[in-house]
Design a protein around this ligand. Structure first.
Ligand SMILES: Cc1ncc(COP(=O)(O)O)c(C=O)c1O
Length: 410
């Protein structure tokens, strides 16, 4: 077997294959001079709405904008509380804080790494009550209204949306799906007896087109998806300085538009997304098959109600940092998503959380390792990753045996 280095992700192969079409987009823009708005943005929004199974899709500047605009448009206000998970990228909570609300956390499910519906239920039971005047669900301690829930379909896995949506309905909360890592993931709803795409079940969904995502721009980009005409109209205004007509500003907004060139690139790439997602799933299943033979590697869990698209392939191992070093030394790229849970980040010291508050997330943060995953990854490369992990396990085992024999650390 060859032992070439294996990148964590490969952003050049898919673009080399599409070079002619992508350059065509650039040349078209250079000739037309349409760089902001116009037919490329409109077309991509229509294409993406159909891909995600929603009526409305609004192109924005990033996934962070998508989350922030979706929260604004769904009516989340300064002084509100929005609930999410501590195992996510900080953009989820930045968006909450930037609309003036306070993020609060519930722990994740140990198998899916996404929001635990049971923990969400007990959050409401323990911390909330119904305000006698407004009839809204509020925090017992402060009286602040709890108005939003943000499940994160992390790694391309799916949060258990049936359970989360029914809890949200009981408390009149909006649900903003953070689908920034889940373009094309699907969830089987027992409520409707059918499959639904990530980003199509909540009040709104938010997608990122950061280059490394399953659908990545050649720069920045994002999308809000929704079934609500009101949210569609509000996000269109928010992304464009609060105007519906040029220089007539109904509200203050943002410069949060999706570039026409990026929309053109994304339209070209979207045609390949189903194929790429299929390849990612196949690679994930091949890794699972290889790791079945390993004692110390826990593969990702795939519940029968989810079709994850494996933005990341994340395993759990005991000696994570040492294994990571071992793989790096062999030229195998890995990632950590994420090494420090949000409730323990310096940026959130003022929220008052402590170590031990979210044990499932904290344990995961110490054990998770993201292995190379991209559609073009070959079986040979995957065999090489598995062999390198097997070597590491063997070295560890030998070290432990020697330690037992001599009584001293190996
Ligand atoms: C879970 C999650 N939420 C939000 C974002 C923010 O997206 P962007 O980087 O496009 O602003 C990301 C992107 O990394 C993400 O992974």
């Amino acid at each position: 077997m060859t032992t070439e280095s294996i990148p964590f992700l490969d952003l050049s192969q898919p673009h080399a294959a599409l070079e002619k079409e992508l350059t065509g987009v650039l040349v078209r823009a250079l000739r037309s001079g349409r760089f902001v708005g116009g037919p490329d943005v409109d077309n991509f929004e229509r294409q993406f709405a159909s891909f995600a199974g929603v009526k409305h899709a609004i192109g924005v500047n990033s996934g962070t904008d998508a989350l922030r605009f979706a929260l604004f448009a769904a009516g989340v206000k300064p002084g509100d509380v929005a609930i999410t998970v501590p195992n996510t990228f900080i953009a989820t909570t930045e968006a909450i804080s930037q609309v003036g609300a306070t993020p609060m956390f519930v722990d994740i499910d140990a198998q899916t790494f996404t929001m635990s519906a049971q923990k969400l239920e007990s959050f409401f039971q323990k911390n909330c009550e119904t305000d006698s005047q407004t009839k809204r669900t509020v925090l017992k301690k402060t009286g602040e209204p709890v108005t939003a829930i943000l499940p994160v379909h992390l790694y391309g896995q799916m949060a258990d949306m049936d359970a989360i949506l029914s809890i949200a309905e009981q408390h009149a909360c909006v649900v903003i799906e953070d689908a920034c890592q889940a373009h094309g993931s699907a969830y089987f709803s027992k409520r409707t007896n059918s499959w639904h795409a990530a980003g199509s079940m909540g009040t709104a969904g938010a997608f990122s087109f950061y280059p490394g995502k399953n659908l990545g721009a050649l720069g920045e980009g994002g999308m809000v998806t929704t079934g609500s005409p009101g949210i569609d109209a509000a996000v269109r205004m928010l992304r464009d300085h609060g105007q519906q007509k040029k220089y007539y500003h109904d509200i203050e907004g943002y410069n949060g538009r999706l570039d026409a060139i990026q929309a053109g690139f994304l339209s070209v790439k979207l045609l390949h997304l189903d194929g790429w997602n299929k390849q990612r799933r196949e690679r994930a299943h091949y890794y699972n098959h290889l790791f079945d033979a390993f004692d110390g590697v826990i593969s990702p869990f795939e519940p029968d109600w989810a079709k994850p698209v494996y933005h990341l392939y994340v395993v759990r191992v005991a000696d994570r940092d040492e294994l990571r070093q071992h793989l790096e030394a062999q030229g195998i790229g890995t990632g950590l998503h994420y090494p420090v849970p949000l409730h323990l980040q310096k940026a959130y010291e003022t929220l008052g959380y402590r170590e031990g508050d979210f044990p499932v997330t904290e344990k995961a943060a110490a054990e998770i390792l993201s292995l190379p995953m991209f559609p073009e990854l070959t079986e040979e490369q995957q065999d090489q990753v598995a062999e390198s992990i097997a070597d590491f396990m063997e070295i560890r085992k030998k070290g432990r045996r020697e330690m037992h024999a001599t009584g001293a650390p190996a």
